[in-house]
Design a protein around this ligand. Sequence first.
Ligand code: DSN
Length: 441
Amino acid sequence: MNFENLQQTDPLCYQLMIDEMQRQEESLELIPSECIASLSTIEALGSPLTNKYSEGYAGARYYGGNEVIDEVEQLAIERAKQAFPWVKHVNVQAYSGSPANMAIYNGLCEAGDTILGLSLSQWGHLTHGHKVSATSKFFNAVQFGLNTDGYIDLEEVERLAHEHNPKVIVVGFTAYSREFPFEAFSKIAESVGAYLMADISHISGLVVSGAHTSPVPYVDVIMTTTHKTLGGPRWALIMTTEKWLKKDPEMAKKIDKSIFPGLQWGPHNHQTLAIAVALGEALTPEFREQGHQIVKNAQALGKYLEEYGFDLATGGTDNHLLLMSVGKGRGGFLQEALDMAGITLNKNTVPNDPGTAFNPSGVRMGTPIMTMRGMREAEMKQVAGWIYRVSEIITDFVYIDDKEARKERLKEFRAFIAENQELKDIKEEVKNLCIQFPIYK
Ligand code: DSN
């Protein structure tokens, strides 16, 4: 990649960018919501299309000079329809996943209407109605959870739907390692006359690949970010299905109006171009193969972790991610120790978590980036081995209930992992593997 202008005009920003690129190249990224955008996508993102204002939609813009931008937007829409067959209408202007979810509620609901979604602590998303999110300030948010086995509690969903009569039910998760139960949600939504919205941000690349059931036949509206398993730029798509249009032919227009002029003005045209590029890539046989491999790698990683005695939520995975219990309140310890060894994942609550939201008892990890780098089942065995070794190094550090004592212990822990030689050795081993699988060849 050539960044010679930036290097000359702003060496400080250039160096920060190089440092981050080096960090990405030399470490293992296991955060399941991240991906590698292709060089072509990055070139589109860095294009002068960022210079143009284009409020409105193709053929109906407020400013002139948008004839090329109209073509770009139409191309992104057409490619989205090819990637998600039978979707009837696509909006490619939402600034990312959170604004897109807000736009859907804003388009479908009046202020104060009820939305029903999975609670954040049980692997939902802030924008599915969490109490600190604007989605619960403007709408009456009701939250469901998981059953004791870590699966979606469909009986609770049904009970809450009948009790609260929601306008929108959200089927979407950020840490659920099993198939999203679209059909079961569809039956519940129909029984109470609610709109069913699928937030498939985590799994959309798997859906396009055929490695996960498509929500299209079951739901009314689909939101996906484009920067997770879909492998594109940071952005979002809102897609409406035939089912929805049968209910209300005006609904697609309501979503468009909710985005513009309801919540946003100018679309970011360089992002729209980058989405078109990424969706073009998603239509290739290689992308399809990659989606299936992401799942195979996650299942292999799960199997090797279980062989080391780790406890996986629901006992495994159907998709790209794994959730693993590591002892009361110890998720953060493992996250930080792995960071020292060049392996990045995130602490996460687990089913029936004995810890707290800030000190959860598990970690979440996934295989999209490792797979996009070309790693396969053999490398998953190595990764499981490193996770095991790191967890063994920190066995003396456990959660302490007393807040002050906990703070002191955390300081000791951080000093310990900063100096530990075995973590440094593992970091070197991780780096040696990573450089065999460069992100940008
Ligand atoms: N931050 C995303 C995730 O990690 O799942 C959700 O927006």
